[in-house]
Ligand binder design. Structure first.
Ligand code: MG
Length: 450
């Protein structure tokens, strides 16, 4: 991976000590403090070793621009989002590079609504940053901040109020949870205990190091699968480093893939309340079938949490989310929340009195292949434009990159907002069809981008 700085609506990501330096972080925080104006800003971080350095640089920038920092320390991104809203702050900063490897870190910018900045707000932020037009207060305008240790408790309470806790407690589920030593470690095992589960913890030390790659995709969950099987547990859950995502391992010890989380959540929520579901363009077709089955309506958006949450709020969706395991429960807040989703899945099992495998068997089967290819930043946009020409006789959706729609299959090419890559995602009825489609797409990108 190149040592590049990624600046997009999803935040600013870089490699610590290379593209992500203290001076850059101070300027970014100054820009954010200037954007949101004087007032409180909630700051939390994931467990990465670099988190302390990033945090102190960010504090310096925020305080210098007249903001009062509320430090909620190690917390999942959804907790930070929720607290920005609940504490009526002017905004929030999540210090996490989410699924990126440990050498990366990042800032995700949160507005007073608890949602991420939208494209317009992000543009304004980067303009302030690029022009160095920071508000700078004098010594007597500096505000003393505070540490707020009750954030996790507040988030837990919000989730418990949303769930049918008694129903779940009655089942005394045996659950394995793998937090990748990330921020989920401070909350998910606690939630499971509150829900009356017998909890087996895997990778819940917040020591600053990740024992596996943080993305909760099947190839990274070997240990979790074996622990679920060895302990005879009912289910296994895995988070990424900031716990906005969740993926599931069945009682048979099978990692069922991160797409399944939203599918199960939507199947359950729609069975209780008909309504609108919002997801992004790269999420499995299974969701179309599920929504149809419950006579609901599906709205697809550009990839990226803020695009999904904006539409979810606008259309008052009953559930929303992305195929990467990020599920949004609008009754709690408009943000991907892997912790709340874990509770929702247990409630589904308890209400239906079924094993997770039985619930999974209700989900239509498709195969999705996700690949990525590194392309020089300046070639990314022209490459995507040229791909369009290659498929000009096909049905195309240009909402976000290029998505080519076929009968019971599709392929989607888009520039990543978090890495200098083009993502190629294909889905079809069979694994071999999906693989062929994805591999052909990768070859095409290679050919065009060189
Ligand atoms: Mg994440």
């Amino acid at each position: 991976m190149k040592e590049e700085l990624m600046m997009s609506v999803s935040g600013v990501r870089g490699i610590v000590g290379k593209s992500l330096t203290p001076s850059l972080l101070i300027r970014l925080a100054q820009a954010f403090g200037t954007l949101v104006g004087p007032g409180t800003v909630v700051v939390g971080r994931d467990t990465r070793l670099s988190g302390e350095m990033v945090k102190h640089a960010v504090f310096s920038g925020l305080i210098s621009s007249g903001c009062e920092v509320i430090d909620i320390e190690i917390c999942p991104t959804p907790t930070i989002q929720l607290m920005a809203k609940e504490l009526k702050a002017k905004g929030g900063l999540a210090i996490t590079a989410s699924h990126n490897p440990i050498e990366w870190n990042a800032l995700k910018f949160i507005s007073s609504t608890g949602m991420f900045l939208n494209e317009k707000q992000a543009k304004k932020l980067f303009k302030i940053f690029n022009e160095n037009s920071f508000r700078q207060v004098s010594w007597d305008g500096l505000k003393v901040g505070m540490t707020y240790p009750l954030a996790v408790r507040a988030h837990l309470k919000k989730i418990m109020d949303f769930l049918d806790v008694e129903k779940i407690r009655k089942k005394s589920f045996k659950v394995v949870v793998d937090c990748c030593n990330g921020a989920g470690s401070v909350i998910s095992p606690a939630l499971l205990r509150e829900l009356g589960c017998f909890v087996v913890e895997v990778n819940t030390n917040t020591d600053g190091f990740f024992p596996r790659p943080p993305e909760p995709i099947p190839q990274n969950l070997g240990v979790l699968c074996s622990v679920v099987k060895a302990t005879g547990s009912d289910i296994g859950f895995a988070h990424d480093s900031d716990a906005d995502r969740l993926s599931i391992v069945s009682e048979k010890g099978i990692a069922v893939g991160e797409e399944m989380t939203l599918e199960l959540a939507a199947d359950y929520v729609l069975s209780k309340k008909k309504g609108i579901v919002v997801t992004n363009l790269s999420t499995s077709m299974a969701i179309d079938d599920i929504v149809k089955r419950h006579s609901g309506r599906l709205i697809r958006t550009k990839v990226g949490e803020i695009n999904v949450t904006t539409q979810a709020k606008k259309y008052k969706a009953v559930i929303a989310g992305e195929g990467n395991g990020g599920v949004i429960n609008p009754r709690i807040h408009y943000g991907r929340d892997g912790i709340a989703t874990l509770g929702l899945i247990l409630e589904y099992m308890a209400s239906e009195n079924k094993s997770i495998s039985q619930l999974i068997s209700r989900i239509p089967v498709y195969h999705i292949e996700k690949k990525k290819i590194q392309v020089a930043r300046e070639n990314i946009a022209p490459t995507i434009e040229n791909i369009k020409n290659e498929y000009k006789d096909k049905k195309i959706d240009c909402t976000d990159g290029i998505k080519i729609l076929m009968d019971h299959a599709w392929i989607h090419f888009r520039a990543s907002g978090t890495e200098p890559v083009i993502r190629v995602i294909a889905e079809a009825k069979t694994k071999s069809q999906a693989e062929k489609l994805c591999n052909d797409g990768m070859k095409l990108v290679k050919k065009i981008s060189q």
